[in-house]
Ligand binder design. Structure first.
Ligand code: MG
Length: 282
């Protein structure tokens, strides 16, 4: 199933399930409220006969987590290599995932314009990522059980101000500017995605491919990420984990390529679809 959050022309926002060009409205206030229900409770909330034509709505970010978006740094070998080379550092691979977060105010929906400020950075960069949406409260999850706690998968663009990422020591500031976290266009359920660890993932800038890899290339797979993140720390329904980006990002290119006014960014992930965003830098 494809779970969305949509706004109608009169501005009303609702969660729904997209099926065959029509939307089955879900009657919880938000998709996060729906995800927080036990699986057997969810059925009652989307049995509504109310169908909304998809053509008449605007998609919003499918889910807004209760807190920061969890992210993983250097989770693809070739990206870890290009990062080390660009910084003139020796490649050192982590023994555990390097977690950081993006502020929830950074989240923006699909097909939106991302408004970035030229006075803060001349080094805005893109990162195509597979995002995992947590489906139930959990803690100390064993790797073998981890996928039971996945509600679904979506695409995410970890837009980064590289100068701020460097200057502030921690990555948080450079990763958390408003509208720097496009997410969507929808959350696809695990039964439709199948093995999330074998998906093609790509990024295009103005139609030109800049990143292409497979989620099979992750250094820490999704079960390990959930196990590590949930050690001693409760995960909540609707939490989002961005699983890292492959090689090909702008700062590591020779010469570096950063985002410009009028650019169109596309994250494409097999079985999920295309997350498209326009860039405005003023
Ligand atoms: Mg990233």
């Amino acid at each position: 199933m494809r779970f969305i959050t949509y706004a109608t022309l009169d501005g009303e926002t609702s969660p729904g399930v997209l099926e065959g060009g029509a939307i089955h409205r879900i009657s919880t206030p938000t998709l996060r409220d729906y995800i927080a229900l036990a699986p057997h409770e969810r059925i009652a909330w989307h049995s509504s006969e109310e169908l909304v034509p998809f053509a008449g709505v605007r998609l919003e970010a499918p889910v807004r987590p209760a807190r920061n978006v969890f992210c993983v740094g250097r989770n693809y070998l070739e990206h870890a290599k290009e990062g080390a080379a660009a910084a003139g550092r020796e490649l050192r691979l982590p023994d555990v995932p390097a977690f950081f977060t993006k502020a929830p105010t950074a989240i923006v929906g699909p097909d939106a314009t991302v408004h970035l400020q030229a006075r803060l950075s001349q080094e805005y960069d893109f990162e195509a990522e597979l995002a995992v949406v947590i489906g139930a409260r959990c803690k100390d999850v064993a790797e073998a059980d981890a996928l039971h706690f996945v509600f679904g998968y979506t695409a995410l663009n970890d837009v980064t101000a590289r100068n701020l990422q460097r200057e502030h020591g921690q990555w948080f500031k450079g990763k958390s500017l408003d509208e720097s976290c496009p997410i969507g266009p929808w959350i696809v359920s695990p039964d439709e995605v199948g093995d999330a660890q074998t998906l093609a993932i790509a990024f295009r800038l103005n139609g030109v491919e800049k990143q292409r890899s497979s989620t099979a290339q992750m250094l820490f797979g999704i079960p390990r990420l959930i196990a590590e993140l949930s050690k001693g720390m409760t995960l909540l329904p609707g939490d989002v984990i961005a699983t890292g980006t492959p090689a090909g990002v702008g700062f590591a290119r020779r010469p570096p390529e950063f985002l410009s006014e009028g650019d169109v960014m596309e994250v494409e992930i097999e079985k999920i679809g295309i997350l498209r965003s326009a860039v405005s830098i003023a």
